[in-house]
Design a protein around this ligand. Sequence first.
Ligand code: PGA
Length: 249
Amino acid sequence: MVGNWKMHGRMGDNATLLTEVAAGASALQKGVRVGVCVPCPYLAQSQALLSGSVVQWGIQDVSAHAGGAFTGEVAAEMAADFGVTYAIVGHSERRAYHRESPETVASKAQRAIEAGLTPIVCVGESLEEREAGTTEQIIGTQLDAVLLVLTEEQAAGIVVAYEPVWAIGTGKTARPGQAQDVHAFLRHKLLAKGASVANVPVLYGGSVKPENAEELFGQKDIDGGLIGGASLKSKDFLAICRAAQIVMH
Ligand code: PGA
Protein backbone atom coordinates (compact mmCIF):
# COMPACT_ATOMS: atom_id res chain seq x y z
CA MET A 1 0.00 0.00 0.00
CA VAL A 2 1.72 3.14 -1.19
CA GLY A 3 0.79 6.71 -0.36
CA ASN A 4 1.39 9.35 -3.01
CA TRP A 5 1.46 12.68 -1.23
CA LYS A 6 1.82 14.64 -4.49
CA MET A 7 2.75 18.30 -3.81
CA HIS A 8 1.39 18.33 -0.27
CA GLY A 9 3.04 18.52 3.13
CA ARG A 10 5.03 20.80 5.41
CA MET A 11 7.66 19.82 7.98
CA GLY A 12 5.39 20.10 11.00
CA ASP A 13 2.41 18.26 9.54
CA ASN A 14 4.63 15.61 7.98
CA ALA A 15 6.17 14.73 11.33
CA THR A 16 2.75 13.94 12.76
CA LEU A 17 1.58 12.06 9.69
CA LEU A 18 4.76 9.96 9.33
CA THR A 19 4.84 9.10 13.02
CA GLU A 20 1.18 8.08 13.07
CA VAL A 21 1.52 5.99 9.90
CA ALA A 22 4.60 4.24 11.27
CA ALA A 23 2.83 3.46 14.54
CA GLY A 24 -0.32 2.19 12.83
CA ALA A 25 1.56 0.15 10.23
CA SER A 26 3.52 -1.70 12.89
CA ALA A 27 0.25 -3.35 13.94
CA LEU A 28 -0.42 -4.73 10.44
CA GLN A 29 0.37 -8.26 9.36
CA LYS A 30 3.79 -8.71 7.85
CA GLY A 31 2.33 -9.47 4.42
CA VAL A 32 1.08 -5.90 3.97
CA ARG A 33 3.91 -3.67 2.79
CA VAL A 34 3.46 0.06 3.36
CA GLY A 35 5.26 2.96 1.74
CA VAL A 36 4.85 6.71 1.32
CA CYS A 37 6.11 8.71 -1.65
CA VAL A 38 6.87 12.23 -0.44
CA PRO A 39 8.03 15.44 -2.13
CA CYS A 40 11.84 15.49 -2.57
CA PRO A 41 12.60 18.07 0.12
CA TYR A 42 11.09 15.74 2.70
CA LEU A 43 13.10 12.63 1.87
CA ALA A 44 15.57 13.34 4.66
CA GLN A 45 12.75 13.91 7.11
CA SER A 46 11.10 10.67 6.03
CA GLN A 47 14.37 8.82 6.40
CA ALA A 48 14.87 10.24 9.90
CA LEU A 49 11.36 9.42 11.07
CA LEU A 50 10.75 6.10 9.29
CA SER A 51 14.13 4.36 9.62
CA GLY A 52 13.64 1.31 11.77
CA SER A 53 9.87 1.31 11.17
CA VAL A 54 8.02 -1.05 8.82
CA VAL A 55 7.16 1.85 6.50
CA GLN A 56 9.33 2.46 3.46
CA TRP A 57 9.58 5.79 1.70
CA GLY A 58 9.83 6.84 -1.89
CA ILE A 59 10.13 9.63 -4.41
CA GLN A 60 7.39 10.69 -6.85
CA ASP A 61 9.55 10.97 -9.98
CA VAL A 62 13.19 10.67 -11.04
CA SER A 63 15.13 12.14 -13.91
CA ALA A 64 15.51 10.12 -17.10
CA HIS A 65 19.21 11.03 -16.86
CA ALA A 66 21.81 9.72 -14.46
CA GLY A 67 23.25 13.18 -13.82
CA GLY A 68 24.52 16.34 -15.49
CA ALA A 69 23.27 19.73 -16.60
CA PHE A 70 19.55 19.23 -15.98
CA THR A 71 18.49 22.12 -13.77
CA GLY A 72 15.73 21.27 -11.36
CA GLU A 73 15.83 17.52 -11.90
CA VAL A 74 16.60 14.89 -9.29
CA ALA A 75 18.60 11.78 -10.16
CA ALA A 76 17.58 8.37 -8.85
CA GLU A 77 21.06 8.03 -7.30
CA MET A 78 20.37 11.16 -5.24
CA ALA A 79 17.17 9.66 -3.90
CA ALA A 80 19.10 6.48 -3.08
CA ASP A 81 21.33 8.60 -0.81
CA PHE A 82 18.26 9.06 1.39
CA GLY A 83 17.43 5.38 1.75
CA VAL A 84 14.58 5.55 -0.72
CA THR A 85 12.92 2.26 -1.72
CA TYR A 86 10.33 3.35 -4.30
CA ALA A 87 10.28 5.72 -7.27
CA ILE A 88 6.97 6.47 -8.93
CA VAL A 89 7.51 6.87 -12.67
CA GLY A 90 5.01 7.83 -15.33
CA HIS A 91 2.31 9.17 -13.05
CA SER A 92 -0.49 10.50 -15.27
CA GLU A 93 0.05 14.01 -13.91
CA ARG A 94 3.61 13.91 -15.20
CA ARG A 95 2.60 12.36 -18.50
CA ALA A 96 -0.04 15.07 -18.95
CA TYR A 97 1.61 18.21 -17.53
CA HIS A 98 5.21 17.43 -18.46
CA ARG A 99 4.53 15.61 -21.71
CA GLU A 100 6.42 12.52 -20.62
CA SER A 101 6.36 9.94 -23.41
CA PRO A 102 6.28 6.18 -22.81
CA GLU A 103 9.98 6.14 -23.81
CA THR A 104 10.88 8.82 -21.25
CA VAL A 105 9.04 6.88 -18.57
CA ALA A 106 10.95 3.75 -19.60
CA SER A 107 14.26 5.62 -19.19
CA LYS A 108 13.16 6.78 -15.76
CA ALA A 109 12.36 3.21 -14.75
CA GLN A 110 15.83 2.17 -15.93
CA ARG A 111 17.53 4.94 -13.95
CA ALA A 112 15.56 3.94 -10.85
CA ILE A 113 16.58 0.29 -11.17
CA GLU A 114 20.22 1.19 -11.77
CA ALA A 115 20.15 3.17 -8.52
CA GLY A 116 18.70 0.23 -6.64
CA LEU A 117 15.19 1.67 -6.37
CA THR A 118 11.94 -0.12 -7.15
CA PRO A 119 10.06 1.78 -9.85
CA ILE A 120 6.29 2.00 -9.47
CA VAL A 121 5.30 2.27 -13.12
CA CYS A 122 1.96 4.04 -13.49
CA VAL A 123 -0.30 3.42 -16.46
CA GLY A 124 -3.80 4.65 -17.15
CA GLU A 125 -6.25 5.87 -19.74
CA SER A 126 -8.21 9.11 -19.94
CA LEU A 127 -12.00 9.22 -20.05
CA GLU A 128 -11.96 9.91 -23.80
CA GLU A 129 -9.67 6.94 -24.36
CA ARG A 130 -11.90 4.66 -22.30
CA GLU A 131 -15.02 5.85 -24.11
CA ALA A 132 -13.28 5.31 -27.45
CA GLY A 133 -12.59 1.71 -26.41
CA THR A 134 -8.81 2.18 -26.51
CA THR A 135 -8.00 1.47 -22.84
CA GLU A 136 -5.99 -1.69 -23.53
CA GLN A 137 -4.15 -0.12 -26.44
CA ILE A 138 -3.14 2.91 -24.36
CA ILE A 139 -2.01 1.13 -21.23
CA GLY A 140 -0.49 -1.67 -23.30
CA THR A 141 1.70 0.86 -25.10
CA GLN A 142 2.66 2.49 -21.78
CA LEU A 143 3.65 -0.80 -20.16
CA ASP A 144 5.33 -2.27 -23.25
CA ALA A 145 7.70 0.70 -23.53
CA VAL A 146 9.01 -0.07 -20.04
CA LEU A 147 9.16 -3.85 -20.45
CA LEU A 148 11.05 -3.43 -23.72
CA VAL A 149 14.07 -1.78 -22.07
CA LEU A 150 14.26 -4.10 -19.04
CA THR A 151 15.67 -7.60 -18.74
CA GLU A 152 13.33 -10.26 -17.43
CA GLU A 153 15.09 -10.14 -14.08
CA GLN A 154 14.74 -6.36 -13.87
CA ALA A 155 11.10 -6.51 -14.92
CA ALA A 156 10.39 -9.03 -12.17
CA GLY A 157 11.45 -6.39 -9.63
CA ILE A 158 9.12 -3.56 -10.63
CA VAL A 159 5.70 -2.57 -9.33
CA VAL A 160 2.91 -1.57 -11.72
CA ALA A 161 0.07 0.77 -10.82
CA TYR A 162 -3.11 1.05 -12.86
CA GLU A 163 -4.59 4.48 -12.38
CA PRO A 164 -7.44 5.43 -14.68
CA VAL A 165 -6.98 9.18 -15.19
CA TRP A 166 -10.72 9.78 -14.85
CA ALA A 167 -10.66 8.29 -11.36
CA ILE A 168 -7.73 10.28 -9.95
CA GLY A 169 -8.77 12.86 -7.41
CA THR A 170 -12.28 12.93 -8.87
CA GLY A 171 -14.07 10.80 -6.32
CA LYS A 172 -14.99 8.46 -9.19
CA THR A 173 -13.55 5.02 -8.64
CA ALA A 174 -13.39 2.30 -11.24
CA ARG A 175 -15.92 -0.40 -10.42
CA PRO A 176 -14.04 -3.33 -8.88
CA GLY A 177 -14.89 -5.54 -11.86
CA GLN A 178 -13.81 -2.83 -14.28
CA ALA A 179 -10.45 -2.47 -12.52
CA GLN A 180 -10.03 -6.25 -12.31
CA ASP A 181 -10.46 -6.57 -16.09
CA VAL A 182 -7.63 -4.11 -16.70
CA HIS A 183 -5.44 -5.73 -14.04
CA ALA A 184 -5.95 -9.13 -15.68
CA PHE A 185 -4.90 -7.61 -19.00
CA LEU A 186 -1.76 -6.13 -17.39
CA ARG A 187 -0.96 -9.45 -15.73
CA HIS A 188 -1.19 -11.16 -19.09
CA LYS A 189 1.25 -8.65 -20.58
CA LEU A 190 3.64 -9.13 -17.67
CA LEU A 191 3.47 -12.89 -18.11
CA ALA A 192 4.46 -12.50 -21.75
CA LYS A 193 7.75 -11.00 -20.51
CA GLY A 194 8.45 -14.03 -18.35
CA ALA A 195 6.91 -16.29 -15.73
CA SER A 196 8.61 -14.46 -12.86
CA VAL A 197 7.36 -11.11 -14.17
CA ALA A 198 3.74 -12.20 -13.81
CA ASN A 199 4.17 -11.98 -10.03
CA VAL A 200 4.93 -8.27 -9.86
CA PRO A 201 2.46 -6.41 -7.66
CA VAL A 202 -0.17 -4.57 -9.69
CA LEU A 203 -1.65 -1.74 -7.63
CA TYR A 204 -4.88 0.12 -8.27
CA GLY A 205 -5.04 3.88 -7.82
CA GLY A 206 -7.75 6.48 -8.23
CA SER A 207 -10.00 7.72 -5.42
CA VAL A 208 -9.32 4.75 -3.15
CA LYS A 209 -11.00 5.42 0.21
CA PRO A 210 -11.60 3.37 3.35
CA GLU A 211 -15.16 2.75 2.09
CA ASN A 212 -14.22 1.18 -1.23
CA ALA A 213 -10.82 -0.34 -0.42
CA GLU A 214 -11.95 -3.78 0.68
CA GLU A 215 -13.98 -4.47 -2.44
CA LEU A 216 -11.21 -3.27 -4.74
CA PHE A 217 -8.43 -5.19 -3.02
CA GLY A 218 -10.63 -8.29 -2.92
CA GLN A 219 -10.24 -8.59 -6.70
CA LYS A 220 -8.00 -11.40 -7.87
CA ASP A 221 -5.41 -9.33 -9.72
CA ILE A 222 -5.44 -6.21 -7.51
CA ASP A 223 -2.46 -6.57 -5.19
CA GLY A 224 -2.55 -3.22 -3.45
CA GLY A 225 -3.17 0.47 -3.89
CA LEU A 226 -1.53 3.74 -4.81
CA ILE A 227 -3.32 6.20 -2.60
CA GLY A 228 -3.35 9.95 -3.23
CA GLY A 229 -5.72 12.16 -1.25
CA ALA A 230 -6.53 9.56 1.39
CA SER A 231 -2.83 9.07 2.20
CA LEU A 232 -2.66 12.56 3.67
CA LYS A 233 -4.76 11.52 6.67
CA SER A 234 -3.22 8.79 8.79
CA LYS A 235 -6.63 7.55 9.89
CA ASP A 236 -7.84 7.01 6.32
CA PHE A 237 -4.55 5.65 5.03
CA LEU A 238 -4.30 3.13 7.86
CA ALA A 239 -7.96 2.14 7.44
CA ILE A 240 -7.16 1.39 3.77
CA CYS A 241 -4.12 -0.66 4.83
CA ARG A 242 -6.30 -2.64 7.23
CA ALA A 243 -8.85 -3.26 4.48
CA ALA A 244 -6.06 -4.71 2.36
CA GLN A 245 -5.04 -6.93 5.23
CA ILE A 246 -8.56 -8.35 5.55
CA VAL A 247 -8.80 -9.42 1.92
CA MET A 248 -5.13 -10.21 1.32
CA HIS A 249 -4.78 -13.02 -1.15
P1 PGA B 1 -6.22 9.87 -5.56
O1 PGA B 1 -4.82 9.85 -6.35
O2 PGA B 1 -6.21 8.71 -4.60
O3 PGA B 1 -6.26 11.20 -4.86
O4 PGA B 1 -7.30 9.73 -6.59
C1 PGA B 1 -4.18 8.66 -6.72
C2 PGA B 1 -2.92 8.97 -7.47
O5 PGA B 1 -2.91 9.89 -8.32
O6 PGA B 1 -1.87 8.32 -7.25
